[in-house]
Design a protein. Sequence first.
Length: 337
Amino acid sequence: MNKFLLLLMAAGLVSCLGYNCKAADSETERQTLQILKEMNKKLDAIDARLKKLEERKSVNTAPGVNNNTDNAALEKITLPANPTKEQVSEYIQKIVNASRDQRSFSSRDLQVAMLERVGKKNLDILLNYYDSTLYMQFVLQDMVSESDKEVILNALKEKHSLIGIVLHMGWERDAKDLIIQELKNNRNNLPSEWIEAAASFNEPKTYPDLIEIFIHSRNPSIIYKAIRKTPGIELKEAVSKMWDKKRLSNFSWEKDDAAIVAVEWGHLDALTYLINRLKQPQLNQHISEEIKNAVWQTTGQSGSAEELAKWMKENSDKLTFDDKTGKYVMKKAGDAK
């Protein structure tokens, strides 16, 4: 049920209270609106969870690359009836081996159904192989239930990648102490979902660690998305430090990722860099679209790489950044910036 429908229902309820009967008093209306507000909050949470689930339905580590599934090898792999723990382990290892050359993964792939045959009674073995293949994410997201909370949270101490399952199940608050502790102990080896969980607590004491992780991350845009809406966190200086560090990178993908964040905070050289990147013929289409979107969001400009380059050349010395709107605008007469 969407929010618009809920608004109609609330409006209808208020109208009904006042139609051919006593007019709805202000207290009744206030209660109705409060109920609506709470329902909208719940819908927001559901929408966010559904979006996250949809994003995880398919993982492609190299856009445009074929699956490369070794179907012949998979068809030869069987799980004996009433298997021993050792046989279960061997079965899983064979599936992992047959999937090593894959570059894309889907919840609809044969491997998911094959791994599900192992069953929850062998959850301990599945957890041992969690980091061996992305298919385990799909399998455990469907298999794990509330009764497995203690097992998963205990395993999280050694397998930080299980944070995805923790978030999926809504158990992050049960792991709060560990999540915050590891920000200091393993800040360079934490998955982005760990940062997402830590940021969700809105704990000011974690902000210095979150900022340090953001500055030094190889993929700052992912960390940025996880922490940008955290209440009270100051990111302007952090973005400047991150960009000063990353703009010297020898890796274009790392520099692209950093520039897409820096351009949102008024770094004109990041805007220049991104527009120039669009002229490079070997640029990945996905990155190209991200850059075009960043340019459009901060300047309102769109068009071909040549058109954007021409616009930038003609206007770069006339641009200033408006902190209030988050956009690059033309300097006004007498503007000292």
